[in-house]
Design a protein around this ligand. Structure first.
Ligand code: NAP
Ligand code: F7E
Length: 370
């Protein structure tokens, strides 16, 4: 098998080098290169690790901030090349692509927290919706033969039209975030069909990990379970305990992203475990792992309930299983238990990181709709 195939660059045709030189089959090709927007996020950090292991030259887009927040990729800093760019700024995206010359582009950057999308609806549309068009336009301009992955979301299904949801289920988004993602999804499909781009969209259901942001419900629960156990806090405020999600492990899910870009033809794929659990189930497992009584610590905070809720999501990933050979490897219960253990380990030392996190959870922004 040729070297580029082992490394993961595209089978079936000779890979094109960034400068446009074709390498005939049998000749050594250079390392495949990938650019990840959102590399500082949960998925971006796992995907960067995964691609480095596969031998890729990994580039990441980071946006300028007065304080660098690179915790999730600190351990990779000397192995990835970072480019300063912003989804709001076309010029910077073009420059990042020119510098990186990627074979594969993973567009993971977005305003990804659903609750905040009601507080910043226009910005959410700019980042999460129009940002996709800016990336696709930059790709057309600089490297139209690259392969493009768009991070679509199960939030597009919203008020679900059928159960379970698959690639043909109609969308009914229930938040400004879901609406913006539906735009990002369809513009990816449209550019694929209009310009014959290798652009694929992964409709990923919720996926979590010890690197999940503290504002998302699973991590909020596992962090609090560990913090309560250690006597750092006493209460866990939550909103709707009845909401159900199809939760998987982020580390398993980034593999599906890569698998999509190794296909000869671009397409859309649902990525999910096929099982749903409630927020209440999550609390029960986390508190069991920490050896705590729920009744003593969990309180309902009405302001954490959303103006329009997504009640029940469950995905049918049979196309991804069949065509990509993708399988989730981690059960919900294993995931929540490993997240509690990781938070316990993190907080046990009581060091600077834990103190900073504590002040962050205390200052959690309250939405205006309550
Ligand atoms: P995340 O942890 O919130 O990471 C989001 C990333 O986007 C961060 O690196 C962030 O950079 C970057 N970003 C935000 N706005 C940007 C801008 N204007 N310009 C450049 N970068 C920007 O999200 P995630 O959980 O890894 O999710 C990755 C992607 O998958 C997102 O598009 C999300 O909407 C989508 N998705 C997630 C799930 C899930 O369950 N995790 C499910 C379906 C789809 P900073 O570090 O500078 O903030
Ligand atoms: O909420 C309920 C809340 O914020 C899950 C993002 O990655 O997945 C994520 O979006 C459920 C909702 O994730 C609290 O009402 C109850 O029903 O963890 P979440 P999400 O909204 O599903 C999708 C697929 C994405 O694409 C997004 O980017 O939990 N819930 N009480 C709560 N949620 C939060 N955050 N905090 C609570 O206290």
């Amino acid at each position: 098998m040729p070297d580029y195939a082992i490394l993961g660059a595209h089978e079936g045709s000779a890979p094109e080098s960034p400068a446009g030189t074709l390498y005939p089959p049998g000749l050594m090709s250079p390392r495949p290169s990938a650019l990840i927007t959102g590399i500082t996020g949960q998925d971006g950090s796992y995907l960067a690790e995964f691609l480095l292991e596969k031998g890729y030259d990994v580039h990441g887009v980071v946006r300028r901030s007065s304080t660098e927040k690179f915790d999730r990729i600190e351990h990779l800093r000397d192995r990835v090349t970072l480019h300063q760019a912003d989804l709001l700024d076309h010029r910077s995206l073009v420059d990042a692509l020119r510098a990186a010359r990627p074979d594969e582009i993973y567009n993971l950057a977005a305003m990804s927290f659903v609750a905040v999308s009601w507080i910043q609806p226009t910005l959410t549309a700019e980042f999460t919706g129009l940002g996709v068009t800016r990336m696709l336009e930059a790709m057309r301009e600089v490297c139209r033969d690259a392969r493009f992955y768009q991070a679509s979301s199960s939030e597009m299904f919203g008020k679900v039209r059928e159960v379970p949801q698959n690639e043909h289920t109609p969308f009914y988004p229930r938040s400004p975030y879901g609406v913006a993602k539906a735009y990002g999804h369809f513009i990816t499909v449209n550019y694929r069909e209009s310009y014959d781009l290798h652009a694929s969209s992964g409709i990923l259901f919720n996926h979590e990990s010890p690197r999940r942001g503290l504002e998302f419900v699973t991590r909020k629960i596992t962090w609090h379970a560990a913090a309560i156990k250690l006597g750092l806090v006493d209460k866990l405020p939550l909103g709707n305990l009845d909401a159900e999600r199809d939760w998987g492990y982020a580390k398993d899910y980034v593999e599906a992203m890569w698998m999509m870009l190794q296909r000869d033809s671009p397409d859309d794929y649902v990525v999910a475990t096929g099982t749903a659990h409630s927020v209440r189930d999550c609390v029960e497992i986390a508190f069991d792992q920490a050896g705590l009584e729920i009744a003593h610590h969990v309180e309902i905070d009405e302001s954490l309930k959303r103006p329009a809720e997504v009640d029940h999501l469950i995905g049918d990933a049979s196309k991804a299983r069949r065509e990509l050979g993708w399988e989730p490897r981690t059960s919900f219960e294993e995931l929540i238990r490993l997240m509690v253990d990781a938070d316990h380990e993190l907080l046990r030392g009581g060091g600077q990181a834990a103190t900073a996190q504590l002040s962050r959870t205390r200052s959690e922004a309250k939405p205006d709709w309550a």
